[in-house]
Design a binder for this molecule. Sequence first.
Ligand code: 3UK
Length: 522
Amino acid sequence: MESTQLSFPEKFNAAERFIDWNVQQGRGDKVAILHQDDKITYKQLLDNVNRFGNALKSLGLGMEDRVLLLTFDCPEFVYTFFGAIKIGAIPIPTNTMLMPEDYRYLLNDSRAKALVVSKDLLPGVLKVKDELMFLKTIIVVGEKVDNTLDYYELLNGCSTECETAPTGPDDAAFWLYSSGTTGFPKGTVHLQHDMSYSAELYAKGVLKINENDSTYSVARLFFAYGLGNGMFFGLYVGGTLVLDPGRPQPDHVYSVITKYKPTLFFGVPTSYNAMLQVKDAKEKYDLSSVRLGISAGEALPGAVWKQFKEMWGVEILDGIGSTEILHIYISNRIGESRPDCSGKLVPGYEAKIVDPDGNEVPTGEAGILMMKGESIASCYWNKHEKTKNTFQGQWFNTGDQYVKDEEGYFAYAGRGDDMIKAGGIWVSPVEVEATLMLHPAVLECGVVGAPDDDGLIKPKAYVVFKEGVTVNEELMNDVKLFVKKTIAPYKFPRWIEQIEELPKTATGKIQRYKLRQIAEGK
Ligand code: 3UK
């Protein structure tokens, strides 16, 4: 089967398709976004997108200029994202849980000229402000701060009419940064047509999304998963987006669903599991609006799938997606979910499972999953070698091991590299190890993913301590805390185990697969 081709006019701009189109379809007065007590209509959304596009122009930005977006989930995220795209500029949604050093890297690597930042996240950026080589303007959402621009003051001076840049379907539209085992995150360059493909093939094709749906995603908008779930899927069909800036703790997630009544609920395995642990949830909360739950980011344990269905009568569809492919390309189908399985190919994509030489393996055998499809990013920005290794002509190397059965179901069989997916978010073992090495008691260490009691993977460190160090619980806690304070807190090792010697290759490289076997009790 060939990859599905949608037809696009020679001039195509994603902001026109996802924003203007809704007003043209007569949805001007319909609620596009529910956010706290605000209801934003499609007409208001269009006006603000246009205002923001004009605001960027007034600051001297234009086609291909990058705009880093560092906000919590809020309407301004949507205005900024599509306002930038409308004038041909490139928005870069960014993880809000990182450290100042990470923001220095992202701002310098992307050469973003403007930054839109939630007021609570501004101090982290200001810490590295003197080291930013290209950033010219900081626009703050939520507060007026010296030497920066206030988001709404800027918007209020701008017209609600904005000319669309002469982009085509193959122009870059937005970037998303993705972490790898070694080195810094890579800017994944997505094109104007990519969101249409993901929305058409997966959201319409598999989820049957339509204008009566409202979406709510635990995964934040800055992840590719959240960007589709929480924003562009709903806009593609004229539905309603529930945007919530709060931390997605299970009780909070339940109350958002109870209050805003979304029909499609998107979580990650860790969040579904946490929701199951809430006491008296059935008495306190109402999930009757939810017609479907969706899970991705890491494999969904069958037990979580079963318990959620028993408790709420809601089916969770597990599917695998990636930042590079933009969204889900293998998924279960409504009413036909198979637990402990990623499901079948999403029509419009093609898959092959190969051995290390690139030859297809027989059905039933594990190999590396390669994907073909039209939503795949064009390259990694400024990373030629990594681009060549990953984007291989028509085929994209997912880095995942999969087994396909006779019926076409794909079962996840682990990563082909040492990357850890915890709570649906990448953690590089190399970064955690390098941080542990900065602790005065640590001589050597290796970090791998290990399953917790619920079968969910979390980082675990095996540490060789220096001679003379007293190894006790206090030290272990101190080491954990040290990591938590030094790098983004979600990366800290949940367990630390002392080990006499690390398994190594002849050339002295840590054999993490051996540590994984120890962690899995093999
Ligand atoms: C892993 C899964 C088993 C797998 C994502 C949906 O997770 C997303 O993107 P990332 O770039 O990570 C991609 C990697 O995560 N993975 C994702 N889903 C599953 N493993 N079962 C799953 N269901 O290693 C994959 O290569 O952070 C998910 C939509 C958009 C996304 N970007």
